[in-house]
Design a protein around this ligand. Structure first.
Ligand code: CU
Length: 113
């Protein structure tokens, strides 16, 4: 194989990797006292884009394992992006005291191999 065609093959491989690395977008609604959906499932290596809307109160999205703590004010939609770079089941929860059920407002992120 010549050097020129080797580069072409490498470029094609890079192009296909880039297109596979598409963003996994998930819409999440936050309201007293849950996340909907409350269970998020993605694959390791995916770029995850959470589009989160707080409908009834200021809420927050805290996912310590990925160093995320984002406030989501009432009536707004906030986008959080991260790379799911480790496998496991991780808990997220509301990080803004929103009422009597605040402590039970949580969900799980599952990252599959
Ligand atoms: Cu809350």
């Amino acid at each position: 194989m010549s050097a020129a065609s080797a580069r072409t093959v490498a470029q094609a491989a890079e192009d296909s990797r880039t297109s596979m690395r598409s963003v996994h977008e998930i819409q999440v609604t936050l309201r007293k006292y849950d996340f909907s959906p409350g269970s998020l499932r993605v694959r390791k290596g995916e770029r995850v884009k959470l589009v989160m809307a707080a409908t009834d109160h200021d809420h927050g999205f805290r996912l310590d394992d990925f160093n995320i703590n984002q406030k989501i004010p009432k009536g707004t939609t906030v986008v959080v992006e991260f790379t799911a770079d480790k496998v496991g089941t991780f808990q997220f929860r509301c990080s803004n005291v929103c009422g009597i059920g605040h402590r039970s407002m949580k969900g799980t992120l599952v990252v599959d191999e």
